[in-house]
Design a protein around this ligand. Structure first.
Ligand code: GLA
Length: 728
């Protein structure tokens, strides 16, 4: 899959349907990018770079135009490439110029681990990697550019390591993007996922203009505002056609995703850790590894891109014991009780839940310290025995005795000023000495970069998890980082705080993954503010949004599923009127929408209308019937309520083509409308499918090109599942 043409000094990385080609320039050893697109047989594309007759040795007086015009594989700052760069340093002397030339490379089966970072992985039989080493001889600085390709998947994964080989001088890294790609503009737009709390990951297109444009987070988390994903899309993009270059960052902190359109109509996409407040001191002999970026090219539309990300993340990123398993149907008490609960109340809910087919009770916020609202106690991970007399054990044993598993909520990264922990260690919070730190939800962020803080908190989590039979942990994180300062770092390392913070969170979750291998972890951040590929390395699912309204969820889940597998999307049925928007939707529609994710409940089963409660056993049975398919199948987006303002539809097809589940939500009723037809996608025309409900049989090509009629319901917000089973 990865080859090196010794004579032409050209690297060629082939995936199932794409080729990625770059080479070594003869004079200085610059790495020049030649091509990324549909698969090519050969590698005869170096003429595209415009380097012939234009190399520095041929036109030294115009070296600057060579550096500023040539598509570069990994551009560094200062030496003449005056576009957006991928790499910048500051030397001891205060200089910023670096210039890298080829040294050597290695091609090998499999993929190495990235130190302390989440990353994709694969066996030697599943993937192949390339390390290319380039060097700035003056600075004695080496970069290792690593690329991996995976069997059967159109994805290329890149990361970068920098090593300081100077025996005496340190150097600061001030910018280190994990990927950089130069492509000819073809009237591209950027596609990104914009949002806010309770309105995460809405699809947004913007036509590219000259200069820089892109998205970023400087919140210390990947954020609800922008997701670490960017794509270039052609004008004719659709689910089934058009061209897309997509990039997803396997990282959960500050990021930058930028598209720079230059004077010669070439776009340079860069993605990596945001240089905002980033300055990493690299001492002699030290290395720094930047997290990885996954890129996917598709000329078969967004659908192929989506399914590539889904397969890559399901097979080569998620590690949990639950990776390929049904998750227990949970009931979370947050919207059911908020902070007002006790053992008795939770057992009442559990008793009713057990009768209905629910399999786990999750106790959310409010069980510790003096936490009766969101003003106090984060950091005091001691059971509030006024609410839970005797501690966790009697409650958990009681829940287990009813046949349910038990899960718990924690927010380990935070501390409230009104807490015993803060009173004992006010300096443990991230804050600038002498300045009153900005509160959010009445809380501050703990400085996890300090070992004593991290160990104390990790021990608190361990103690709680071991104190009873706890089988699920919701790890929450409810405010962005501000007032950046760490008492554990010297002045010249304050710019390392944000990345070190992420490394600390990763190391804590890594410890839990290893020490509690059977524990199901669900990450969360004020809903879906840290829904990214980085967190998926530690937890197979992430709470998608605090907005569980079935209709709002259509958009949120459409945007999320553009990149992330359905199996990762925390999705619950909640009570109505909905707590985020006040809407009332039918209970079965709430269920059908939640079935596209992990599935669970977020309501008080003892209080909801009887008619709704009576539907739960059937909903649970439906989950069991379809979850293997939903979790492991191929997802196709058929219609988008965000685009048509009327209805939404998606389907999941089994990998072996044996069955298809279509979900259709008729959002708003239109008067006097003709039949609406839904055309399915990706079906083998040689197959015939039977609609399980009606018994009608459809040929595969009929399903795709003629479509199936969709009922238009009386009233709003109705929905339907259609199960098609292959008969041949
Ligand atoms: C966040 C989460 C919610 C809930 C609350 C508890 O907002 O997203 O699901 O856990 O915190 O305070």
């Amino acid at each position: 899959m990865i080859g090196f043409d010794l004579e032409k000094r050209i690297f060629k990385l082939d995936t199932e349907n794409t080729s990625y080609i770059f080479g070594v320039e003869d004079d200085f050893g610059y790495l020049i990018h030649y091509y990324y697109g549909p698969k090519l047989e050969g590698n005869g594309v170096s003429y595209l770079a415009g380097t012939e007759g234009n190399r520095p040795s041929q036109r030294l007086r115009e070296k600057s135009s060579f550096l500023d015009c040539t598509p570069m594989e990994y551009p560094s700052a200062g030496a003449g490439d005056l576009r957006e760069t991928a790499f910048e340093i500051e030397t001891v002397e205060g200089y910023n110029t670096s210039e890298f030339g080829y040294v050597n490379h290695t091609i090998y089966k499999g993929k190495k681990k990235l130190p302390d970072l989440p990353a994709t992985f694969g066996e030697e039989s599943e993937c192949e990697s390339l390390d290319v080493v380039v060097e700035d001889k003056l600075l004695k600085l080496k970069l290792t550019l690593t690329y991996s390709v995976f069997e059967g998947l159109d994805a290329i994964v890149r990361s970068v390591k920098v090593t300081n080989e100077d025996p005496e001088k340190y150097v600061y890294i001030t910018k280190i993007m994990s990927t950089s790609l130069d492509v000819e503009n073809d009237d591209y737009s950027t596609l990104t996922l914009h949002g806010t709390w309770a309105r995460e990951r809405r699809i947004e297109y913007r036509k590219i203009g000259h200069g820089s444009q892109g998205i970023a987070s400087i919140r210390g988390e990947s954020s609800a505002q922008e997701s670490p994903f960017i794509a270039l899309t052609s004008k004719d993009i659709s689910q089934t056609g058009g061209e897309v270059y997509a990039f997803s960052f396997v990282y959960s902190g500050n990021f930058l995703a930028n598209a720079f359109l230059d004077q010669f109509n070439r776009v340079r996409v860069t993605m990596g850790i945001n240089p905002y407040h980033f300055r990493w001191k690299l001492n002699p002999g030290e290395s720094f590894t930047a997290p990885e970026v996954v890129s996917v090219y598709s000329n078969r539309g967004l659908g192929h891109m989506t399914r590539t990300f889904h397969d890559l993340y399901r097979r080569h990123l998620i590690r949990s014991a639950y990776k390929d398993k049904k998750r227990p149907i949970l009931l979370n008490n947050w919207e059911a009780t908020y902070f007002k609960f006790n053992t008795e109340k939770l057992l009442d809910i559990a008793k009713e839940a057990a009768k209905l087919g629910i399999e786990m009770l999750v106790m959310d916020d409010g069980w510790f310290g003096k936490r009766n609202d969101d003003n106090s106690s984060l950091g005091d991970w001691y059971v509030n025995e006024e609410k839970l007399p005797g501690g966790l054990k009697p409650l958990v044993d009681g829940v287990n005795a009813l046949g349910l598993k038990f899960g718990i909520w924690m927010e380990p990264e935070m501390v409230c000023p009104d807490s015993d922990l803060y009173r004992a260690h006010p300096d443990w919070a991230i804050q600038v000495p002498g300045r009153k730190a900005c509160l959010a939800r009445n809380q501050l962020v703990l400085d996890l970069t300090r070992d004593e803080v991290k160990n104390y908190i990790l021990d608190s989590v361990r103690r709680i998890l071991k104190s009873a039979n706890i089988e699920y942990l919701k790890w929450d994180m409810n405010r962005p980082l501000s007032d950046l300062a760490s008492l554990g770092l010297p002045a010249d390392r304050q710019g390392e705080l944000l990345h070190r913070y992420m490394l600390a969170v990763y190391s804590m979750q890594e410890a839990l993954v290893n020490e509690f291998p059977k524990l199901l972890i669900e990450n969360c951040s004020s809903g879906g503010a840290r829904f990214d590929a980085g967190m998926l390395y530690y937890s197979p699912q992430i709470w998608t949004s605090d907005n569980a309204d079935a209709i709002e969820r259509l958009r949120i889940q459409e945007g999320t599923a553009l990149v992330f597998p359905l199996s990762t999307m925390g999705a619950h049925v909640s009570d109505c009127p909905n707590h985020a928007v006040g809407r009332v939707t039918p209970f079965d529609t709430r269920g059908n929408v939640a079935l596209a994710g992990t599935f669970g409940y977020e309501l008080d089963v003892t209080k909801i209308p009887e008619a709704d409660r009576n539907m739960i056993p059937e909903q649970c049975a439906t989950y069991h019937k379809y979850n293997d398919l939903v979790r492991e199948g191929d997802y196709y987006r058929l219609a988008s309520f965000s685009e048509n303002n009327l209805y939404d539809a998606w389907m999941v097809k089994a990998k072996d083509d044996s069955e298809i589940l279509v979900t259709y939500v008729d959002v708003t009723r239109q008067a006097n409308c003709k039949d609406r037809r839904l055309k399915l996608q990706g079906i083998d025309p040689a197959r015939t499918y039977r609609d399980e409900e009606t018994g009608r049989e459809y040929a595969g090509d009929v399903l795709m090109y003629a479509g199936i009629p969709m009922e238009q319901f009386w009233g709003d917000y109705h929905s339907k599942l259609i199960h098609l089973v292959s008969v041949n």
